[in-house]
Design a protein around this ligand. Sequence first.
Ligand SMILES: NC(=O)C1=CN([C@@H]2O[C@H](COP(=O)(O)OP(=O)(O)OC[C@H]3O[C@@H](n4cnc5c(N)ncnc54)[C@H](OP(=O)(O)O)[C@@H]3O)[C@@H](O)[C@H]2O)C=CC1
Ligand SMILES: CC(C)=CCC[C@@H](C)[C@H]1CC=C2C3=C(CC[C@@]21C)[C@@]1(C)CC[C@H](O)C(C)(C)[C@@H]1CC3
Length: 420
Amino acid sequence: TMASQGPRAPLEFGGPLAPGAAALMLLLPATMFHLLLVARSGPARLLGPPPYLPGLEELWSPRALLLWFAWLGLQAALYLLPAHKVAEGQELKDKSRLQYPINGFQALVLTALLLGLGVLAGLPLDALPEMLLPLAFAATLIAFIFSLLLYLKSQVAPASALAPGGNSGNPIYDFFMGRELNPRIHFLDFKYFCELRPGLIGWVLINLALLMQEAELRGSPSLAMWLVNGFQLLYVGDALWYEEAVLTTMDITHDGFGFMLVFGDLAWVPFTYSLQAQFLLHHPQALGLPMASAICLINAVGYYIFRGANSQKNTFRKNPSDPRVADLKTISTATGRQLLVSGWWGMVRHPNYLGDLIMALAWSLPCGASHLLPYFYLLYFTALLVHREARDERQCLQKYGLAWREYCQCVPYRIVPYIY
Ligand SMILES: NC(=O)C1=CN([C@@H]2O[C@H](COP(=O)(O)OP(=O)(O)OC[C@H]3O[C@@H](n4cnc5c(N)ncnc54)[C@H](OP(=O)(O)O)[C@@H]3O)[C@@H](O)[C@H]2O)C=CC1
Ligand SMILES: CC(C)=CCC[C@@H](C)[C@H]1CC=C2C3=C(CC[C@@]21C)[C@@]1(C)CC[C@H](O)C(C)(C)[C@@H]1CC3
């Protein structure tokens, strides 16, 4: 059936004109290439001009495109392997629930095993850092083409399959936000697959390749490089271990799958989230044990809050009488669902964001204080989470009305206690 226009939602990124979707579609790839170029330049100035503008011959490489297809094929094959659990997503508009395989951690381990065997057999993993520019260019091309295919696919999707936010009727805005909520072919759910597999695992793979190249260059990887690799591997391992929790995030339940998420998942995450390791390869930092221990402590505190808060909410949402959460104070809402007002969710309204931000700081600190560049992730992530918090707040107010206002009165701070 042809899609009829579903309910119109307010535009979430300021409409199709600058600083809206069209501008972001240029700005996001431009920022990614800027970061890639600046990280390898001597001065490494985040706010300065890029050291040079690369020609097409430096960006375009059929080998890089082939590598991407091989990587996507490998991850899709691992996704389609039998899973120990198949989870059900949230209820959709038509009252149905989609099924999702829970085998992301297995995919991470199998990827590591396959790559380990590959390296033993002579796979030149340390050649990857040299290919970052063409790989990022290939990812950008794939993101544009894939988003276009998804936009076309959404034209033949039933109205009930459309996302609330990507259905404005403006083609540029809808291409950016994504029209269809959960585009999939049979069991292969594109958004769920892209959010957790090729980009996230690609990110730690790029980090590892940078570590190996540093070892080749300087005899052994630096302590700073070990810390960045370890912290970010923990983050990605955690995301895949608790994979099922992603099914309740707004990306899966509310946002369409358009250029923003496709580019975010496939290009932005692997190539900009690995910025600290890229910086360290070209700008080695001396890091003493006392400072390294302090940074590990900061990461551990951040992880403790992040995991504690996310697990507490997930446990509560699955079963409010679970003994681990049964003693927490709650507010009842008209929907029949309850809101936690003590424990982590009584400290601030988004304790998980706070933990995530503390970890972001710990990922930058090993890079020293001489440059702003390695702190880019912290700055971008603060902006992303402030914006995300505002969107979630709007959605919760709509869902829970007065009960949400009562929660805001009981827990007045959003992310940082007594500050914000
Ligand atoms: N590294 C990265 O680039 C990014 C990381 N993240 C991380 O992803 C994780 C998920 O974040 P996100 O999807 O934004 O949202 P959350 O996991 O914070 O979920 C928000 C939802 O939780 C429920 N909720 C809110 N308050 C309460 C309460 N007091 N008691 C019970 N339930 C409550 C509401 O949904 P309901 O009531 O319907 O259950 C609300 O919509 C976070 O840890 C975040 O830091 C996010 C974006 C990018
Ligand atoms: C600037 C730009 C292109 C924005 C797109 C935003 C995306 C990069 C992020 C939106 C939500 C994300 C999440 C994660 C990664 C970044 C994106 C895709 C996430 C998979 C990271 C790991 C976490 O543990 C998580 C699973 C909770 C998280 C989910 C949201």
